[in-house]
Each structure stands twice: as structure tokens, then as C-alpha cells.
Design a protein around this ligand. Structure first.
Ligand SMILES: NC(=O)c1ccc[n+]([C@@H]2O[C@H](COP(=O)([O-])OP(=O)(O)OC[C@H]3O[C@@H](n4cnc5c(N)ncnc54)[C@H](OP(=O)(O)O)[C@@H]3O)[C@@H](O)[C@H]2O)c1
Length: 341
């Protein structure tokens, strides 16, 4: 397994990491993803550790805390061998203050995550989304306090716009506080908007990308292609409208290109989609999702080899879409706005 620097930090994360969104199945939405219990989670964690994965990602809202609880039990006795990343910001209960990135909510959220995970520190603590109603200074001074207390080691954000991240970094620098070293972002062969604003920002500011839903919300699995209905078991039956959107035609076009490369390489559709991501700039880690051991083992084999430059170019071509403003305009002046890929 290759280990990569997490942005502007000294932390090395495995190029592939494991996402625990499939643990628990605590409500209808997450049950569609999976319902891995503690025993199943232990087996998946052990397979990951044997293959060199050192980072396990979860969030307080995944199955309303159950994912954190199951991950905590699955790593009992192994805590020092691995890194845990979790997230706060979104609502877990009723009440005007039980949401957002205020000091009030973050202090309670972190204590809840530590309790459920059965640990006294979180390696990477993410703001799951931007809270535009809380001053960034309040959020960042709170996070800085968490790092000073030893309860959090590194801070990161997720699903931020360019200006959210840049404003936050500027505040951290101004006051000498901890800064976001990672950005957990959606990026896949059927969703490349990350490249327009956030990737150039990540390069400029040394913010490492932790990629979520690398198979496009469970679509680039090899089980969906032109003229082939959704398989019986798929999270998409219940959740296709809730995550990143794409058109069937675009998905089929990308899958056709992946299928052609699968014939050349003998690799599977998910392995090719994941390997393409591993070769993109700023990517510190690709968070793989797996409902079971078979999916996990297949995805782990996406690392340790490389698509050729020609194959990458074919995938780039098949997956490109029209840019929205101002990115199409900036692309016309690439001499001074070099494209990151
Ligand atoms: N920060 C955020 O806002 C955010 C949002 C979403 C996710 N995440 C993180 O990212 C992690 C991964 O996200 P994701 O699960 O959406 O990733 P994904 O890679 O897009 O989808 C994974 C799903 O694809 C199917 N699959 C995976 N490997 C397969 C294989 N080899 N063969 C056939 N089918 C396969 C499985 O679903 P089926 O069995 O249903 O087909 C699996 O649950 C999450 O666990 C979480 O940690 C973060």
C-alpha cells in the first residue's frame, strides 16, 4: 500500500481508506447502503489492516451514531495501529443549537463521537459541511482548542465551496490556529466538478483531498450499463435521488469507455474507476465503500498498478462535461490559469 501526505501536515494516510457508511443500517437511508454488524465490521477491518489501509472514515450522522459505535467496537485493541476520521455539523437531534459548527454544538458533538467510538482522540475531525451562520473564527478557535487538548489531532472540512475553505484558511493563518489540512470531497469519473475550483485551491494551499463516493454513489460498479437493469441488491433503488446526480446517458458513455479498458487490462469496472482517481493531483486518499468482503477485496486490488497515460486520456475524454461559468471562461485563458489536469 502506498502512503501519502495529508495536505500540509505530517500525517501519512493510505492511498485507499475505508468508509464505514455501510456499518449499522440504523435508518431507512443507511439500510439501503448496508447493515454490517460488529462481527462483520471486525472482518472488514482486519482485511483492510492486512492490506495496509490505515484510515477508517465515519461520521456522527451515519446511522445516527451507530456507524461510529460499530467501528469503535471493531477496532478495539487495535486503536494505535490505525487512524479514525469522523465528522460533525449536521443535525442529530431536535433543538435550535443541536446543529451547525458553533462552539456549543461542536463541543457536544466531539464528546458524543469519542464516547461512541470508545476512544479518547480522533485523528482527523471534519466539519461535514459549511455553517454560514456561525463565524468561521468561532468554529476554528473551537477546533484549535480541540487539537491543543489532545482530543483531535488534525482538522479537515467536507463539501465546502472554494470561498468557504479559503476564508477558513485565512482566519487560521491570521490567528495562528490549526488549519484545515484535508478536504473530503465528492469526485469520480461521473462527477469531475472538483477539478474546476477545489482542485486548483488544494494545489495552491496544500489541502489534501479525501475522496468520497469514488464510484459515483455506487454507480461505477460494473453492475449498471446500457441495457442492463439495476441489480436486485443496490443502494440506488432507495437513494439514487439523494446523492450526486448524473444522466443515464453520461453514465453509460463513461461505463462504455471503462468497459473497453477493462478488456485491455483484465481489471474490473470499480478497479479502473478507483485507479483513475488515485492518479489525479491533490488526492491523498480514496475512501472506498463496500457492502461485503467480496466488494472490499476487489476494491483493494485497485491499488499497486497504474492505468497507462493513454488509458487515462481516454477516460478523461469520455467523462468530460461542459464547464459552468466562470470556469469555461477561465479555461480560454489557460496560459495564466493552467488547468490542474
Ligand atoms: N463527506 C461526505 O459528505 C460523504 C458522503 C458520502 C460518503 N462519504 C464517505 O465515503 C465513503 C464511501 O462512499 P460510498 O459508499 O458512497 O462510495 P462508492 O464507492 O461510490 O459506492 C460504494 C458502493 O458501491 C457498491 N460497490 C462497491 N464496490 C463494489 C464492487 N467491487 N463491486 C460491486 N459493487 C460495488 C456497493 O453498493 P451496492 O452493493 O449497493 O451496489 C457499495 O456500497 C462512505 O462510507 C463515507 O465514509 C462521505
Amino acid at each position: 500500500m502506498e502512503y501519502r501526505q495529508l495536505g500540509h501536515s505530517g500525517l501519512k494516510v493510505s492511498a485507499l481508506s475505508f468508509g464505514a457508511g455501510t456499518f449499522g443500517g440504523g435508518n431507512e437511508f443507511f439500510r439501503a447502503w448496508g447493515d454490517t454488524d460488529v462481527e462483520g465490521a471486525k472482518r472488514l477491518v482486519d482485511i483492510c489492516l492486512d492490506e495496509g489501509i490505515n484510515l477508517f472514515d465515519t461520521a456522527d450522522i451515519y446511522s445516527n451514531g451507530l456507524s461510529e459505535e460499530i467501528l469503535g467496537k471493531a477496532v478495539e485493541g487495535k486503536r494505535s495501529q490505525l487512524l479514525i476520521s469522523t465528522k460533525a455539523t449536521f443535525r442529530m437531534s431536535e433543538g435550535p443549537n443541536n446543529v451547525g459548527s458553533s462552539r456549543h454544538h461542536l463541543v457536544e458533538s466531539l464528546e458524543g463521537s469519542l464516547r461512541r467510538l470508545g476512544t479518547d482522540y480522533v485523528d482527523i475531525y471534519h466539519m461535514h459541511g459549511f455553517d454560514a451562520t456561525t463565524p468561521v473564527e468561532e468554529t476554528l478557535s473551537t477546533l484549535d482548542g480541540f487539537v491543543k487538548s489532545g482530543k483531535v489531532r488534525y482538522i479537515a472540512c467536507s463539501n465546502f465551496s472554494g470561498w468557504h475553505l479559503m476564508k477558513s484558511i485565512a482566519a487560521s493563518e491570521r490567528y495562528g490556529w490549526e488549519r484545515y489540512v484535508g478536504h473530503q470531497v465528492y469526485y469520480s469519473l461521473i462527477g469531475r466538478e472538483y477539478e474546476w475550483e477545489l482542485m486548483p485551491l488544494g494545489l495552491d494551499q496544500k489541502v489534501g483531498a479525501l475522496i468520497w463516493s469514488p464510484l459515483g454513489w455506487g454507480r461505477l460498479t460494473g453492475k449498471i450499463r446500457r441495457g442492463q437493469p439495476l441489480p436486485e441488491v443496490s443502494r440506488l433503488h432507495k437513494t439514487s435521488q439523494m446523492g450526486p446526480q448524473t444522466t443515464d446517458e453520461h453514465l453509460y458513455k463513461v461505463v462504455d469507455a471503462i468497459d473497453a479498458i477493462a478488456k485491455e487490462t483484465g481489471k474490473s469496472v470499480p478497479q479502473i474507476a478507483l485507479n483513475w482517481l488515485l492518479q489525479r493531483p491533490t488526492v491523498s486518499t480514496v475512501i472506498i465503500g463496500a457492502r461485503d468482503e467480496e466488494q472490499l477485496k476487489q476494491n483493494l486490488a485497485a491499488e499497486g498498478w497504474n492505468l497507462s497515460a493513454e488509458q487515462v486520456a481516454k477516460l478523461d475524454e469520455a467523462s468530460k462535461v461542459a464547464r459552468v461559468y466562470p470556469y469555461w471562461h477561465q479555461a480560454q485563458f489557460a496560459e495564466r490559469n493552467p488547468l490542474p489536469v
